[in-house]
Design a protein around this ligand. Structure first.
Ligand code: CTP
Length: 373
């Protein structure tokens, strides 16, 4: 029995990057032998084990054959006669199909090292097309490694285009798609993910609304801008991506992608606010309109989400920065109204509500007065 380090750990080490997870492949062993050596079985579908001490994953070498469409239906064959090369052949990209012995020797039958040198994302074999999720993974690696100079090689792009044309992407389940989107949105160059998906045709299946030439650059510009801000959450990134769309279209797409509620809500708010913001003349702002927007965003209960909303709007509507600043100012002064102080003055129930509103309006009015004069 022989264990090899494989996948992301070998790739990242060769790239001089920090190695996070270390995955191993084991050749020439049976599950029984692994268990006898103290490994714990974790995989239900594949023979995957945890090392008794390091807790790192050890998978028995396997081959996979596709059965049905989409991401289901793989027949896994794992036995001591499966070779390292066979296991590496079933993998997605050559840079992910390099193995390293415990002595540090590299086994690289698909020339992953060459592709690391020439900065290419290249499929290992035709088996790539058996798993449509690999299109998303390749796009995600493009997003991660574009700053290092990586691009998808021509043949892999052509293969992905064929896969899209034969309907492979139509069968991906939204949960898996979203998982890849979510990760890609946080990679170093998230726009590369969408460039690759657009170039192979998958974007027309997954988020068709942002593919038109008049829309795509706007979505990318907003995404890049949001990405430049530090620590932006997934919510803001997805909202930036969908920001050029109409509210109902954005909401429907977010629902179809089964994105989490917080992401849906921010995307909805951004797209609902866009026409409102555009309709405000920043030279003649109206306190009532601004307060209505603050109410609509539920600033009072969701102050942090309001800040997210402003930051996405700033990125999506670069021509409307004056109006967005006004909204920011209005939010600051209006949240300064203290309901407790009004309660202490004797206001109760409905009266308290209208006293709060009156005070908020007054403060917003005072804050914007210099503009209106
Ligand atoms: N793999 C694959 N096809 C998939 C998923 C995984 O070929 N659909 C292979 C690749 O060889 C990959 C390895 O399994 O390197 C481990 O997968 P994973 O942990 O998802 O990815 P990493 O390459 O380790 O990348 P990351 O840094 O994102 O964890």
């Amino acid at each position: 029995m022989q264990a090899y380090l494989v996948g992301g750990a070998v790739r990242d080490e060769l790239l001089g990057l920090e190695v996070k997870d270390r995955d191993w492949v084991v050749v020439g062993a049976t599950p029984k032998e692994m268990l006898a050596n103290g490994f714990k079985q974790v995989g239900a579908d594949f023979p995957v084990f945890l090392h008794p001490r390091t807790r790192e994953e050890y998978a028995l070498a396997r081959t996979e054959r596709k059965q049905g469409r989409g991401y289901h239906g793989f027949t896994v064959y794992s036995a001591p006669d499966v070779t390292l090369e066979q296991d590496l052949r079933r993998r997605d990209l050559t840079i992910n199909a390099i193995a390293k012995t415990e002595d540090g020797d590299l086994v690289d039958p698909f020339h992953g090292r060459d592709d690391i040198k020439v900065r290419k994302l290249r499929h290992v074999s035709e088996a790539f097309s058996e798993d449509p999720l690999r299109i998303l993974r390749t796009a995600r690696f493009a997003a991660r490694f574009r700053p290092l100079g990586f691009t998808v090689c021509e043949q892999t792009m052509a293969l992905m285009q064929d896969m899209v044309a034969t309907g492979e992407v139509d069968h991906l389940v939204p949960e898996r798609v979203w998982q890849e989107f979510q990760r890609a949105l946080h990679e170093k160059a998230p726009e590369a993910f969408f460039d690759v998906l657009r170039d192979c045709g998958a974007l027309s299946v997954l988020v068709p609304e942002i593919t038109p030439p008049a829309v795509f650059p706007l979505a990318m510009k907003a995404l890049r801008c949001v990405d430049k801000q530090t620590n932006t959450a997934t919510e803001e990134r997805l909202a930036a991506l969908l920001s050029p769309l109409d509210e109902s279209v954005a909401l429907e797409r977010a629902k179809a992608l089964k994105v989490p509620n917080d992401c849906q809500n921010l995307a909805r708010l951004v797209t609902a606010f866009t026409p409102e913001i555009r309709s405000i003349d920043p030279q003649q702002p109206d306190a009532g309109t601004l307060l209505e927007l603050l109410d609509q965003a539920d600033l009072w209960r969701r102050p942090e989400r309001f800040l997210q909303l402003l930051s996405v709007l700033e990125c999506a509507l670069t021509d409307e920065s004056q109006t967005i600043d006004l909204l920011r100012t209005a939010s600051k002064v209006a949240t300064g109204v203290d309901p407790k102080a009004l309660l202490a003055k004797g206001f109760k129930g409905k009266e308290l509500g209208s006293a709060i509103r009156t005070e908020r309006l007054k403060r917003i009015g005072d804050a914007i007065a210099p503009i209106n004069h």
